[in-house]
Design a protein around this ligand. Structure first.
Ligand code: GLN
Length: 310
């Protein structure tokens, strides 16, 4: 597909869905309830660094759980895949992102780095001498994968830090079962900050494109992630990126993807492109309703399902 046609397709799909109804903004984080629900954007960044975008693609929204992918990638750089696998786990839970029952069922081991429990455990194994260094390394890694425009929002952070009681409880449960590898409240606080950065849809597509391009950010041209870590990250995204709806997504779209309750979705087409969509209203699992429709339609139209025979 040539450049004009791809831009036309991105625009057409974004416009087609931008008024679709259905879903609700996340409300358990007060900031997220106040984001205008009509916002929507779709973007593609190719493995060669070409950018295509439509809609509110420069609106900065809260990255939320998509941050779990960047912290996982950093943990793999720091510790290697066998340590991450042993300490955090590598399998889907089949349960909601903040499930305590998932912990109960597995002796308080989180299983997946992409649910809240596993993400906090992953944050806790990042190499750092103290909380501020842990945070600085994670923020820097988000920026390297996406862009220098990624910033912490004090407003989102304040909104989350003052309401994250459930995550604090999960952090203590992990600690009591020896699945937490730094002070549990430090891990929870840094995890909450990593969820509170603002990213726009083009920069999110760049983050996905970094994963698509073997760990090299196609805009900055910097090798951010070791190529051998990419398959582990994409496997986790395929299995758990949409929580209890990850199976539906794999069945219908067939791309490793990750959602956040800020309304963002990123999807990776290995060696080809990163796709990102944004729109705040969510389904019951916390995945953007319009975002799913936009990514699904784009991937389907371009025949990008990884499991399609050639
Ligand atoms: N910060 C949110 C939380 O921990 C992220 C959840 C999400 O995006 N699914 O609850």
């Amino acid at each position: 597909m040539n450049k004009n046609n791809l831009q036309e397709l991105v625009t057409k799909i974004q416009q087609k869905h931008h008024q679709d109804k259905g879903g609700k903004n996340a409300s358990y984080i007060p900031y997220l309830a106040s984001v205008p629900a009509q916002l929507s954007a779709l973007a593609v960044v190719t493995a060669e660094g070409e950018v295509y975008a439509s809609g509110d693609s420069d609106y900065g929204f809260a990255i939320e759980s998509i941050s779990k992918v960047a912290t996982l990638a950093l943990a793999l750089e720091d510790k290697g895949s066998e340590t991450v696998r042993r300490k955090v786990g590598d399998s889907p839970t089949g349960l909601p992102f903040n499930s305590v029952m998932a912990l109960e069922l597995h002796q308080d081991k989180p299983l997946s780095p992409l649910v809240n429990a596993g993400a906090m455990a992953t944050t806790s194994i990042i190499e750092a001498k103290d909380k501020e260094e842990r945070w600085a390394r994670i923020l820097d890694f988000q920026r390297q994968m996406a862009s220098e425009r990624v910033v912490l929002s004090d407003e989102v952070n304040e909104s989350e830090q003052t309401t994250n009681f459930h995550n604090r409880a999960i952090a203590w449960l992990l600690y009591s079962a020896e699945h937490m590898f730094c002070d549990p409240m430090e891990a929870c606080e840094v995890y909450t900050r990593q969820c509170s950065t603002l990213i726009n849809t083009v920069d999110l597509a760049t983050m996905a494109a970094t994963l698509a391009a073997g760990g090299k950010n196609p805009i900055s041209q910097k090798q951010v992630i070791k190529p051998q870590n990419i398959p582990h990250i994409l496997a986790e995204m395929m299995m758990e990126g949409f929580y209890e709806k990850s199976g539906d997504w794999a069945y219908t779209v067939g791309l490793p993807s990750k959602s956040g309750v800020g309304g963002g979705i990123m999807a990776v087409v290995p060696n080809v492109m990163g796709i990102a969509a944004f729109s705040p209203p969510l389904d019951s699992a916390g995945n953007s309703v319009r975002g799913q429709k936009m990514v699904h339609e784009l991937a389907h139209t371009l025949g990008l399902n990884l499991f399609l025979p050639k």
